[in-house]
Design a protein around this ligand. Structure first.
Ligand code: ZN
Ligand code: FE
Length: 260
């Protein structure tokens, strides 16, 4: 399989997975760049996976479905472009001969789902693969538009429990600004400083910082590290009432919202 982040809008990635003949695309907010890639590589679009209802993730679904007769899979609990196959937690989308398991990950939106497969053949090795939309970003997480901090924390903990070598395909290139915030929270995290320098070099060359991995995020992402003493202390400097884990998470999320 080939895993391609197709850039769209200012900072979206429309993830495309293909086997040289057939393809699936995740969260096609815009159909045009997907059509262009399919044509250039003589691919047939078989399936469309959608994580949540926001327009930058759904805007191209109708055009692609109509032109390619692709199957559309999306969250059962959100308003989606019709027709589509609604998925609940644990349901499976079949695409490219693989099974993608839907995981409920509410927080950014109320019905947000992620797609996970345990074994995808990429670059000659079998890797777990996750498409997580706007839930987990490299160095950060999605804004809480429709969910509570406790809900988002539970969703992120579900993703953090996946195998460390899981390739994490996030829907936005927010990494550098996320890492600048992460460094304000954990200025003494050496892994974080090294990862920031590494991602800076990638962006200078115009290379995506994604996919990331669960193992990498556990080292550097403050939203997956709310039980670390350094993060708890930093959260309490921002909000002295941040006692339990979800209050620590809420404080860090609020701090990020206000961070310039
Ligand atoms: Zn969104
Ligand atoms: Fe988005």
């Amino acid at each position: 399989m080939y895993l391609i982040p197709i850039p769209a809008f200012a900072d979206n990635y429309l993830w495309l997975l293909h086997n040289g003949r057939r393809a699936l695309v995740v969260d096609p907010g815009d159909a045009e760049p997907v059509f262009r890639f399919l044509t250039q590589h003589a691919l047939q679009l078989e399936s469309i996976l959608v994580t949540h209802h926001h327009a930058d993730h759904t805007g191209g679904v109708d055009a692609l479905r109509q032109a390619c007769s692709a199957n559309v899979y999306g969250p059962a609990a959100e308003r989606m472009p019709q027709p589509y196959t609604p998925l609940r937690n644990g349901d499976t989308a079949h695409a490219l001969g693989m099974n993608f398991q839907a995981l409920d990950v509410p927080g950014h939106t109320a019905g947000h789902i992620a797609f996970y497969t345990r074994a995808c053949q990429i670059d000659g090795t079998s890797k777990p693969l996750l498409f997580c939309g706007d839930t987990l970003f490299s160095g950060g997480c999605g804004r809480l538009f429709e969910g509570s901090p406790a809900q988002m924390l539970a969703s992120l903990e579900k993703l953090a429990a996946l195998p460390g070598d899981t390739l994490v395909c996030c829907a936005h290139e927010y990494t550098l600004s996320n890492l600048r915030f992460a460094l304000a929270v954990e200025p003494d995290n050496a892994d974080l400083a090294a990862y920031y320098a590494y991602c800076m070099r990638l962006r200078e060359k115009g290379v995506p910082t994604l996919p990331t991995t669960i193992a990498q995020e556990l080292l550097i992402n403050p939203f997956l590290r709310t039980r670390q003493a350094t993060i708890m202390a930093a959260a309490r400097r921002f909000d002295a009432s941040a006692h339990d884990n979800s209050a620590v998470f809420a404080a860090i999320r609020q701090w990020k919202n206000e961070f310039q």
